[in-house]
Design a protein around this ligand. Sequence first.
Ligand code: V0V
Length: 136
Amino acid sequence: ELLRIDHVGIAVPDLDAAIRFYAENFGLRCVHEETNDEQGVREAMLAVGDGTGPRLQLLAPARPDSAIAKFLDRSGPGLQQLAYTVADVEVAAEKLRARGLRLLYDEPRRGTAGSRINFVHPKDAGGVLVELVEPA
Ligand code: V0V
C-alpha cells in the first residue's frame, strides 16, 4: 500500500533561514514553496541530489496555535514527520483504521501542491507522526 517515502518533514522556526542553511551546507535545492492556511504552515520542498528520491520538507509556523508552533514549543526544531506516498489516501487510511490505528482526520485534507493527506497519530505509530500522501 505504501509506494515509497514521499518526504521527511523538519520543523524550523524561520523558513527562509532554513532554506539558506540547507542550500549552503548541503546543496539542497528549493523546488516548491507554499503557505497552507488550513495547516497553519509555511513550507518548502527541497530536492536531494538528482531530485528523483524523497524530498526534505521544511515546515515553519504561520500562526502561534498551529501544529508546528506547538511542536517547536515542546520539542524545538527537528524531525517532525515521515510521509509515505500512497495511490489512494482514503483506501490506505481505511486499512489502517481497520487495524485499530487512529487517523487524525475523518476525511483527507489538502497537502502540498494539491495532494490529499491524512496522518496516523504518533502514539499509534511508535512515536512517529506518519503522513499518507496521495499526490495530485
Ligand atoms: C506530538 N507528539 C509527537 C509529535 N507531535 N510525537 C512524534 N512526532 C510528532 N510530530 C507527541 C507529544 O510529544 C505527546 O507525547 C503526544 O504526541 C501528544 O499528543 P496530542 O496531545 O494528541 O497531540 P498534540 O496537540 O501534541 O498534537 C500532535 C498532533 C498534531 C500529531 C495530533 O501535531 C497534528 O495534528 N499533526 C498533524 C498536522 C501537522 O502536523 N501539520 C503540519 C504539517 P507525550 O508527551 O504525551 O508522550 S502540514 C503538512 O505536512 C503538509 C501540508 C504536507 O505534507 O503536505
